[in-house]
Design a protein around this ligand. Structure first.
Ligand SMILES: Cc1cc2nc3c(=O)[nH]c(=O)nc-3n(C[C@H](O)[C@H](O)[C@H](O)COP(=O)(O)O)c2cc1C
Length: 274
């Protein structure tokens, strides 16, 4: 089984996190020709929030002590639950069949975008075990949350995702590559931080390039070696086009977002931000 699941959650189509995930996905796909690749743009094709029928399915699993994912469908016993399951089932199938889950996750309000949280809520059930998979997160932040900075305690993005993947999925093979201070590209008040942003982004791209070398080898031989921490605040994310449903793409020849040349990011990609 070799399958990359690639998710993006930035609200802007050309973004730091999308650029980094696209670099990573492109490298992974080049290293694994013929392997399965699924892309889901959680903004172009939003996952709806869970509803009451979803909670009924979840409670049924708890009541009946069902923890085997293939048995989840036993809880789908009413028309409302069938409707809820129609949303869950493809998302869950993509996640469970993936060796590597690549997530583009900007920091929004000290945490993750609602689009990504909606996906997490839909695919997560009690006592779920996803050990053996590798998660790679490409993160972008307007400010800096490095150790020793005043904002360090406010990082509920990386901390949340690490805690969640380890605490709920049992996945500790999680690599973050983060580009920081991206607001310096758009906020004149932060002009004096532009050089630091440039350096952070160049480091992020270099880290992605180094990681994707290991990424290719790791996926071929097992996900464990992906777990090295980059440590410089750079993260990975990816992007793909459309398949059967909006924002979703599966298979090969997927239309990846065109990448900026080298480490530079086009100014058009920097025009948004918080
Ligand atoms: C809704 C929203 C909330 C944001 N909240 C924060 C925040 O809490 N801390 C921060 O450092 N940057 C914040 N930002 C800035 C983004 O993290 C920054 O623009 C980042 O580059 C976005 O990722 P992207 O380039 O992949 O779109 C926010 C941006 C948006 C749009």
């Amino acid at each position: 089984m070799t399958h990359l699941l690639h998710l993006d959650s930035s609200a802007r189509s050309r973004s730091f996190s999308r650029t980094l995930t696209a670099l990573c996905a492109e490298a992974w796909r080049a290293a694994h020709p013929g392997a399965a690749y699924t892309y889901r743009d959680l903004v172009a094709g939003p996952v709806p929030p869970i509803g009451e029928a979803w909670t009924e399915i979840c409670d049924h699993l708890l009541t009946h002590q069902i923890t085997d994912i293939p048995r989840y469908a036993e809880a789908v016993t009413t028309p409302a639950r069938r409707a809820a399951w129609a949303t869950v089932e493809p998302l869950l199938a993509e996640l469970v069949s993936a060796d590597v889950v690549l997530i583009g996750a900007p920091m929004y309000n000290y945490s993750i975008p609602a689009a990504l949280k909606a996906w997490i809520d839909q695919v997560t059930f009690p006592r779920m075990d996803l050990t053996g998979r590798a998660f790679v997160v490409a993160s972008a932040r307007g400010g800096s949350y490095q150790p020793g900075t005043p904002k360090e305690p406010f990082d509920h993005q990386e901390r949340y995702l690490r805690d969640f993947f380890a605490g709920h999925y049992g996945v500790t093979d999680v690599t973050f590559v983060t580009t920081e201070l991206t607001n310096a590209r758009v906020d004149p008040v932060l002009d004096d931080l532009r050089e630091r942003q440039d350096a952070s982004h160049r480091a992020a791209v270099a880290r992605v390039e180094a990681l994707t070398t290991r990424f290719g080898g790791a996926v071929a031989g097992g996900a464990a070696s992906l777990g090295s921490q980059t440590g410089d605040g750079t993260s990975l994310s990816t992007q793909a086009g459309d398949g059967a449903s909006p924002g979703t793409q599966t298979g090969h020849g997927a239309s990846l977002a065109s990448l900026p040349g080298g480490a530079a990011i086009p100014s058009a990609a920097l025009g948004g931000g918080a």
